[in-house]
Design a protein around this ligand. Structure first.
Ligand SMILES: Cc1cc2nc3c(=O)[nH]c(=O)nc-3n(C[C@H](O)[C@H](O)[C@H](O)COP(=O)(O)OP(=O)(O)OC[C@H]3O[C@@H](n4cnc5c(N)ncnc54)[C@H](O)[C@@H]3O)c2cc1C
Length: 396
């Protein structure tokens, strides 16, 4: 028998709203519960990979994202001493994607675009200032409790409520993994680094045994990300002097770039023990978090949302058994552990390698890969997460 209640989606971040949009597209009513008074405008993730754009295109959201973002056709590995180590052209992926590039676009633009697409759709509702404290499953329904004690019933709940997920915690699901000792500092500046760094790609990773960093161009600013050693106090990292010292690492003799935003954050590698417990489903940061090297966390979360919504719609309509939701767990948790966690840890270790031999081996490997069209194509299938989606689809 069909469950009459809507699916509850906790969290109106990118993952919650993608899940909501995909469910509504499949005729499933959805109520989104968001703790904030409005959609977040925080400067956080800004990278969208090719297959994510293909999926967002199916929702009608990719065109507006592309209009509001920067199409980045190239990616580079660089070092201060060597300049360009390896340069890759995403255009070679045109045989497998409709969007053979990386899109640099702040995630808050995606949530606004999706909210605009959804707001008048039958079956969609959203409540702001609705902070959820937890949930319980009752056989054929779920009940979510808000901070003020109000209870809301649903057929299923998707916890897309971020890394601290009360849905995950109240369900007693462990968040296994570790936290890196260093924090990451993101500094944004309207200064155009392309004016002083020859041939700089909009996505450039700098390998360095002393202090790696990366430069990403987003509309109006460049974002520079640096590791901050554990012993540096938080307050110090947010001073102008600290920013100047970091900026001085980019181009010798220059440290005077105006700072538009500063964000310091702790970086973890954690995966929930399960993405499904009965009628409780986890997606996005609620289910997994990783370092941002490679832009895989947000994209992986969007991939979760599509995978889950397609299966949940079938179950909700009575077209499939509930066990289909276990396949969501096997597929998405499987590739999160096998690909996203492994790859993001390797990305960090490659850039920061201290031993000269390890740095040299990484640089040579990248240069060799970039120089060989077949190897470059294969490499970019991994970087753009096409491989992880293919692998997920193979898991039965
Ligand atoms: C400071 C920072 C910087 C980042 N920078 C990058 C980056 O440069 N590159 C990158 O790839 N990734 C970055 N990330 C990670 C990226 O932002 C996340 O992977 C992405 O936001 C995940 O989306 P989500 O929808 O799962 O969770 P979120 O975006 O966290 O959304 C969760 C939503 O749930 C809501 N919520 C939380 N608790 C409750 C509750 N109790 N009740 C109701 N609603 C609730 C929140 O208000 C929010 O709207 C960054 C993350 C942080 C914290």
């Amino acid at each position: 028998m069909r469950a009459p209640e809507p699916v509850l989606v906790v969290g109106a971040g990118p993952v919650g709203l993608v899940a909501a949009a995909e469910l509504v597209r499949h005729g499933v009513p959805v109520q989104v519960l968001e703790a904030g008074p409005e959609l977040s405008g925080e400067m956080r993730g800004s990278t969208f990979h090719a297959p994510t754009l293909d999926m967002l295109d199916d929702l009608g959201a990719a065109k507006a994202m592309i209009e509001q973002g920067i199409v980045a056709p190239h990616m580079q590995y660089r070092s201060r001493d060597q300049g360009i180590i390896a340069a890759f052209d995403f255009g070679v992926l045109a045989d497998v994607t409709r969007h053979p590039f990386r899109l640099q676009c702040e995630q808050f633009k995606l949530t606004r675009i999706l909210h605009d697409l959804l707001r008048d759709k039958p079956g969609f509702s959203i409540r702001f200032d609705a902070r959820v404290s937890g949930c319980v499953s009752h056989g054929d329904s779920v009940e979510v409790t808000l901070d003020d004690g109000e209870r809301i019933a649903g057929s299923y709940v998707i916890g897309a409520d971020g890394a601290r997920s009360p849905i995950r915690k109240s369900s007693g699901i462990e968040f296994e993994g570790f936290t890196w000792p260093e924090r990451f500092l993101v500094l944004s500046t309207p200064f155009d680094f392309a004016e002083i760094i020859p041939d700089l790609a909009d996505v450039s990773y700098y390998a360095d045994p002393e202090e790696w960093f990366f430069l990403l161009k987003v509309p109006g600013v460049w974002r520079a990300m640096f590791p901050v050693p554990a012993e540096v106090p938080d307050e110090e990292t947010l001073t102008d002097a600290y920013a100047r010292a970091r900026f001085a690492r980019i181009v010798a003799g220059r440290d005077d770039y105006p700072t538009r935003h500063r964000t310091l954050y702790r970086v973890h590698q954690r995966v929930a023990k399960t993405f499904r417990q009965g009628r409780v489903l986890l997606a996005g940061d609620a289910a997994h978090i990783n370092n941002p090297l490679g832009g895989m966390g947000l994209n992986g979360g969007v991939h979760d949302a599509f995978n889950l919504a397609a299966k949940l719609a079938q179950v909700w309509h009575g077209e499939a058994e509930e066990t289909l939701l276990d396949l969501y767990d096997r597929q998405r948790r499987g590739v999160t552990v096998e690909h996203v966690q492994r790859q993001t840890i390797a990305n960090k270790q490659n850039l920061e390698a201290k031993e000269p031999e390890a740095q040299r081996a990484f640089r040579e490997r990248m240069a060799d890969t970039a120089a060989d069209p077949a190897k470059a194509h294969a490499y970019l299938l991994g970087v753009s997460m096409i491989n992880s989606l293919r692998r997920a689809a193979e898991i039965a």
